[in-house]
Design a binder for this molecule. Structure first.
Ligand code: NAD
Length: 508
């Protein structure tokens, strides 16, 4: 990565322009890889939220965007995808220096996912049933009936720090595709790439269609959720904050989609091909230092394979190279902050206190040249039972819990014994057995002999307390539209109207 961009100051992005915070205050953004200050960012207030929402409202009400023909809006979505590809290096750099994601992952996956999502939703937009004509009904009387799908209006998107750009895109792409306008509040650790993305997108959409206000969740996030001119809230983050947002949104019955936490079970069957299942399971849990909501953090292993699997996992994990995410040789980067590092270390301590066996990792690491970074060794616990704190709570760090099982029904019962239901996985050579297990797992996605495989044309979201609604796929477009039924009577004579007899039966 050779590009070095000026990341000194990032204002808000409102109505197609960079705008300072009304308070003139900023907050600092640090690189989790080495602790360096990388940017100062406008610290939003309710006044800034108001400006951004008013810009989004005006752009929506003015109508150029929402009234554009779907095929023309689809062309704009394609233009956005080309812009993202053109600015890939800069976006990847901003993402890496604030989120700690490796450039290897961001370059070879995140950017491609974003480009693909805009193009896929553009294609769906052309085919989308914005207007459907229903057949003439026999009852309650001849009429033409239409179903119209219309944009909801001003959408608020609140995003987390782990995959800032990708998750913002999951909201921006369907919102724009359906003709809405949007205000995004990125997480305070990672606003840079989202701000740049908004500037890039803004070069091809009318002013006010996309806006970003940075700042603390409690102030800026809540001001957005409470704002009377916001029609929909799309949130990705912790289940705890999701509950708070759902409560606030209830005040004005705002449409809400929530993508929340996970504690995803990964079940190895006795006939699994371990040459793929072991590296695959480690990819499932250690990608981005375990800071992914759908990470496979609980690995269920049959008695018969237990020792062999543990030995194999430890051997492979010991090969992973921790380091600066900007170094293409790095396998695992830092965790997001000192606070997160301490939370993870406290969970590792709790696991040992509860009687789990630490067989690998467990300590913080000093990386040469990045001494102020926040690194934790990929960690494996064995002899974990499913009721332990480390098996029930979302750690959001590089910690794998290996849980033994003796019969498959017991494994499935434990797999489902969690408040979460985001993802799950099964490794086996028998695809029919895999489908039977997948059918019983309570999760929004089940991977068979794979992990982290999200596609733009498939829905992603949670069962149980992992969320409400779906992102990506056709379902994400439905989540950014509201449905109107339009009825036109085709019965010219008063006497033949069904309702005439109902109310005026006496006078007929
Ligand atoms: P978080 O819940 O702490 O914060 C998420 C966002 O909400 C941030 O922008 C934050 O500033 C804002 N926020 C905080 N308090 C708020 C409030 N009271 N009102 C409005 N907004 C508020 O989550 P995080 O620590 O940034 O991210 C990690 C969490 O996100 C994990 O639990 C992870 O599982 C979850 N996550 C879920 C998905 C998914 O698709 N299901 C994807 C990624 C991350």
């Amino acid at each position: 990565m050779t590009v070095k961009v000026d990341v000194q100051t990032f204002p808000h992005f409102i109505n197609g322009k960079w705008e300072a915070a009304s308070s003139q205050e900023t907050f600092d953004v640090y690189n989790p890889a080495n602790g360096e200050l990388v940017a100062r960012v406008a610290k939003g207030t309710t006044e800034d939220v108001d400006r951004a929402v008013n810009a989004a409202r005006a752009a929506f009400d003015q109508g150029d965007w929402r009234n554009m023909k779907p095929k023309d809006r689809a062309k704009v979505l394609y233009a956005i995808s080309y812009q993202i590809a053109e600015h890939a290096e800069e976006l990847a750099y901003l993402e890496a220096i604030s989120s700690g994601g490796t450039v290897r992952r961001i370059g070879s996956s995140d950017i491609l996912q974003m480009v693909d999502l805009f193009q896929t939703l553009a294609n769906f937009t052309v085919e989308y049933p914005f207007s459907e004509t229903l057949p003439l009904p026999p009852f309650p009387g001849p009429a033409h009936n239409f179903i119209w799908r219309e944009p909801i209006g001003v959408c608020a998107a609140i995003t987390p720090w782990n995959l800032p750009m990708v998750i913002a895109t999951w909201k921006i792409a369907p919102a724009l595709a359906m003709g809405n306008t949007i205000v995004i509040k990125p997480a305070s650790y990672t606003p840079l790439s989202t701000l740049k993305l908004a500037e890039i997108i803004s070069s091809v959409v009318p002013p006010g269609v996309i806006n970003v206000v940075s700042g603390p969740g409690a102030a800026v996030g809540e001001a957005l959720v409470n704002h009377p001119k916001v029609d929909k809230v799309a949130f990705t983050g912790s289940t705890e904050v999701g509950r708070r947002i759902m409560g606030l949104a209830a005040g004005s019955i705002k449409k809400t989609t929530l993508e929340l936490g996970g504690k995803s079970p990964n079940i190895l069957l006795e006939d699994a091909d371990l040459s793929i299942a072991l590296p695959g399971s480690l990819f499932g849990v250690f990608l981005h230092s375990g800071q992914l909501c759908e990470s496979g953090t609980r690995l269920f292993v049959p008695d018969k394979l237990y020792d062999q699997v543990v030995e194999g996992l430890v051997a492979l994990t010991s090969k992973l190279k921790l380091g600066n995410p900007l170094d293409p040789a790095t396998d695992v980067g830092p965790v997001i902050s000192k606070k997160q590092k301490e939370t993870i270390l406290a969970y590792i301590e709790a696991g040992q206190q509860e009687g789990a066996t630490l067989v690998c990792g467990g300590k913080e690491v000093r990386v040469a040249g990045c001494e102020e970074g926040h690194y934790i060794e990929p960690t494996i616990f064995t002899n974990v039972t499913n009721d332990m704190k480390i098996a029930q709570e979302e750690i959001f760090g590089p910690v794998l819990c290996v849980i033994r099982y003796s019969d498959l029904d017991e494994a499935i019962r434990m797999a489902n014994d969690t408040i979460y239901g985001l993802a799950a996985g099964v490794w086996t050579r028998d695809v029919n057995k895999a489908y039977a297990v997948a059918r019983k797992l309570q999760a929004g996605v089940v991977w068979i002999n794979d992990w982290h495989m999200l596609r733009s044309d498939t829905p992603f979201g949670g069962y149980k307390q992992s969320g409400i609604g779906r992102e990506m796929g056709q379902q994400s477009l439905d989540a950014y539209t509201q449905v109107k039924h339009v009825h036109t009577s085709m019965t010219p004579e008063l006497e033949r109207r069904n309702w005439y007899g109902i109310l005026f039966g006496q006078n007929k």
